[in-house]
Design a protein around this ligand. Sequence first.
Ligand code: SAH
Length: 481
Amino acid sequence: MRHLPLFASLHDRRCLVVGGGAVAERRAKLLLEAGARVTVLAPEISPNIEALAAEHDGLALERAPFGGEGVDAYWLVVAASGDPAVNAAVAAAAEKAKRFCNVVDDPERCSFIMPAIVDRDPVTIAIASSGLSPVLSRWVKGLVESLLPQRLGSLADLAGVWRERARAALPDPDQRRRFWERVVNGRVAEQCFGGAVEAAEDTLRRMLEAERTGEDRSEAQGEAWLVGAGPGRPDLITLRGRQLLAAADVVLYDRLAAPELLKFARREAEIVCVGKTPRHKSISQAEINALLVRLVREGKRVCRLKGGDPLVFGRGGEEIEALVEAGLPFQIVPGVSAVEGCAAYAGIPLTLRDRSQAVVIATGHTKDHGAADLASFRPGQTLALYMGVGQYEQIAAELLAAGHSLKTPAAIVERGTTDAQRVIRTSLARLAEARDRFRVSSPALLLVGPTAALAERYAWFAAGRLEVLDGGAGESLARVS
Ligand code: SAH
């Protein structure tokens, strides 16, 4: 560790910024936000800084060159003059006076560096790369920003308000720590993040009372979260999905959910694979429903992580029905379904002006979902067929019988969006042959319709592979536009 991160309490403490330009302005603003009394010292001071000083009592201006004296009147010093010689002199004076000094763009001379900040007041996260790459630090900041609930701060505020009362009610420090762990991991946090601060405070009050009297230790209610994991690529889960995944006590996941996502669960979370493969049914849907209900009844917050979108051929409806039947609370988080994921990563527009006016989402003939009604699929539309890789013969025959042309373009997208993605471009005439020749296996999505022919032209996903067996209609952009 090259630097020790510290959080300085600068309220009403004097800080010096040497420099009068845009960089000095940014540093002065930051120090003012932390409540410091700031002096900006420079022979020339920008109109922006002057305007800032007019608004802020805490900001004083001194129009003078840095003379090397008086640094010891300040707690912190920032050298932001833009002139290396002046900055070096400021750093040397600060060093001598034992004042921490930040020299802009000169990590060697800094005795403290300014981190990138994620501000969820009162929660503050500082990110630094030891001064080596501020751009990298800002990138990490962006990532952290996207992970943390916007209202994180309101949970910290609530905890601050109740801290003393909890200390009085629960004198045993271990018991108190466990109580707070349940608060920040549990329903109270969820309610805060959802904006229901009063309800959160109510829950907290009840939990504390129950904990104090030793009555009911469970914080009342569990909840089920049906979360769409997206089509396979781990970064295609939604922010909300990832936040709930990170909050769950138990994760029940599918074979189709990207395994990399599981690392976002809490370390203590119980992780259960309830995956089904077409041939090996490890656990039946009825058993999954029963497990879900039992866990939620026990007071657990259960993340049911389902491949794609939970309500598209995922039997999510049946799980919801079981929860409703049992009178248990749940939330549903949508996911990028295979149809959207595969279309995007294969470069196949699902609808396209003058070419495809509708998308028919259907499934092959399967035990879980019955036979598809392909009669609603007409030329000039896109058919997206989930499952049923083994039934391409019947599907093609049915479509041909309904009047679709042998040349109708088709694309089989296998393991779409993942680094193992394969797109097999073919036609209705050779659909089953293409599947066999390229040994397509599940999960694969079939797209049939004029826009499937664009897969060659619009292929963009570097990790994916594209195979062609009889392009059929041989579409090109010229013919599309
Ligand atoms: N709820 C899921 C679908 C579950 S049914 C969703 O919304 O995507 C399982 C079927 O989805 C698979 O047989 C396959 O047809 C399709 N599928 C899921 N992920 C896929 C992927 N990465 N590539 C291709 N097809 C996929």
